[in-house]
Design a protein around this ligand. Structure first.
Ligand code: HEC
Length: 98
């Protein structure tokens, strides 16, 4: 069932030709929820990332990915699993969370 939902999200995201795709952003954001909370609204010791500036988010994620910013835990490893375009989608997504 999870796989089907995933496939559906992938297929439906193909119909958007815009820069920012909320569905895709949402789908990608699921992998961040374990630590940063649903939609980045962390209620633990992990940073609260909901509603941060899009450019700040994107730059930070790229810095983790390229090793410019080092972290104590998972972000370097985690961001390496995404393309730059996916990191930008994630940045849009979290910046738009109210
Ligand atoms: C395994 C837990 C974990 C996962 C999964 C995770 N993060 Fe993080 N994230 C952290 C921790 C811990 C920090 C604090 C890192 C540090 O500065 O040492 C952090 C920091 C960040 C920061 C920097 C916040 C700031 O203002 O300094 C951003 C942005 C971020 N994460 C985004 C994401 C995104 C987007 C995802 C999903 C693609 C994600 N994280 C997945 C644990 C996680």
């Amino acid at each position: 069932m999870k796989k089907l939902a995933f496939l559906f999200l992938c297929l439906s995201s193909l119909s958007f030709a815009v820069d920012y795709d909320p569905q895709r952003g949402k789908m990608l954001s699921l992998s961040c929820a374990n630590c940063h909370g649903t939609d980045g609204k962390s209620n633990s010791t992990f940073p609260y990332i909901a509603g941060l500036d899009k450019d700040y988010l994107y730059k930070t994620l790229l810095d983790f990915k390229t090793g410019k910013r080092t972290d104590t835990y998972m972000m370097t490893k985690h961001t390496k699993g995404f393309t730059d375009e996916e990191l930008e989608q994630l940045s849009y997504y979290f910046s738009k969370v109210k």
